[in-house]
Design a protein around this ligand. Structure first.
Ligand code: ASP
Length: 356
């Protein structure tokens, strides 16, 4: 019998009730076309919409010989360092107590290793700390105080990540969030601004970047400040291997941004890569992940009046063969760079109109 389990052997062992005897190997990668026959024309990088510059940098780094995972981190570092991007690193929107807490992970195809940090405070570049976890420890995920001490031991400076702009947004949120507390926004003495509050209700943001070099080697990274005004200690999908990010060097990369809770419940990143391994194109694999989220979303508070999920989620994929794609619950864009340059493209949207 081949290394993977034949269907007949599976049926026979099931019928005989031989639990645990056979079929422990996962199915082989179905699509032979995944493996590039020759070198790819160019490295490829795919990212969320805020990653236009990041994908360009990642491709340049891979052209210069960097490993895809290092190229991915070089790309997202620009976004982490940007005080005007309120979804990642410096200037990220904080938790409900006004403290910026960051999540990130990296995955390296050739070694099959990963590193991650979650609920990390005061460190501007969590993706670089995740690389250190991957390269210098036998662990995958460090959280909170332990992650901070680990980062400091490698010389990462502790900085105030809350910028004046993100503090202003947080203070406004605190003053408007409910009628049952004693916070008061000055507007409440005049015209009431409910629309302002609503725009932050599901505010998320992140950068995911998947990279494949000309040899077909893969690497990926996801980094975020997570859900705005989250409960302290909340961890989203971004630092969880198999959720906000996954990479299999025989197949490609898969990642996510948007409502992290939905991606965790669907195991988005790993699901996408499995779909590609079974022969789907990157776009179709991402569409399948969105449809999985639709199917798994059942409670009323998460559905709009048409029964559609009332949140955004986006999935991104790059195949080992250089094909790429993205899909989302509602219309959106994603960034890609290859030998045709860096550009924004439309995702395949499950629903054409915004949730109500
Ligand atoms: N997925 C991230 C999280 O839930 C947020 C986002 O991508 O917008 O933490």
């Amino acid at each position: 019998m081949s290394q993977s389990c034949s269907r007949r052997a599976f049926l026979q062992s099931s019928a005989a009730g031989l639990a645990g005897v056979a079929c422990t190997a996962e199915p082989a990668v179905a699509s032979a076309s995944l493996a590039p026959a020759t070198r790819l024309r160019s490295p490829v990088a795919v990212a969320s919409e805020n990653g236009l510059q990041a994908v360009q940098i990642a491709v340049e780094k891979m052209l210069a010989g960097w490993r895809p995972v290092d190229a991915a981190v070089a790309g997202v570092t620009v976004v982490e360092d940007d005080p005007l991007d309120d979804s990642v690193g410096l200037g990220g929107l904080p938790n409900e107590e006004g403290v910026v807490e960051l999540d990130a992970c990296v995955m390296d195809g050739p070694s099959g290793l990963a590193g991650a940090v979650a609920a990390l405070q005061g460190i501007q570049n969590p993706s670089q700390v995740a690389l250190k976890v991957m390269r210098h420890t036998d662990h995958v995920l460090l959280v909170g105080e332990g992650a901070l001490r680990f980062a400091r031991s490698y010389g990462f400076p502790v900085v105030e990540l809350l910028t004046a702009a993100s503090r202003k947004v947080w203070l406004e949120w605190r003053e408007r969030r409910g009628a049952a507390d004693k916070w008061l926004h000055p507007d409440e003495n005049g015209p009431h601004g409910k629309a302002w509050f609503d725009q932050w209700k599901h505010k998320t943001g992140t950068i995911h970047l998947g990279a494949v070099d000309a040899n077909g080697d893969c690497g990926s990274c996801t980094t975020t400040s997570g859900l705005a005004f989250k409960i302290p200690g909340r961890v989203g999908d971004s630092p969880l291997i198999g959720c906000g990010n996954y990479c299999d060097n025989d197949v490609g990369t898969g990642g996510s941004t948007g409502r992290g809770e939905a991606c965790i419940l669907a195991n988005g990143g790993a699901f996408i890569v499995q779909q590609m391994a079974a022969g789907k194109s990157p776009t179709d694999a991402c569409v399948a992940a969105v449809q999985r989220v639709v199917r798994l979303t059942k409670v009323k508070r998460l559905l709009d009046d048409q029964g559609r999920p009332n949140f955004q989620v986006k999935f991104y994929a790059v195949g080992k063969n250089g094909q790429f794609g993205a899909a989302s619950m509602y219309p959106s864009k994603f960034a890609v760079a290859d030998d045709a340059g860096a550009r924004l493209l439309d995702t395949a949207a499950q629903f054409a109109t915004a949730p109500r």
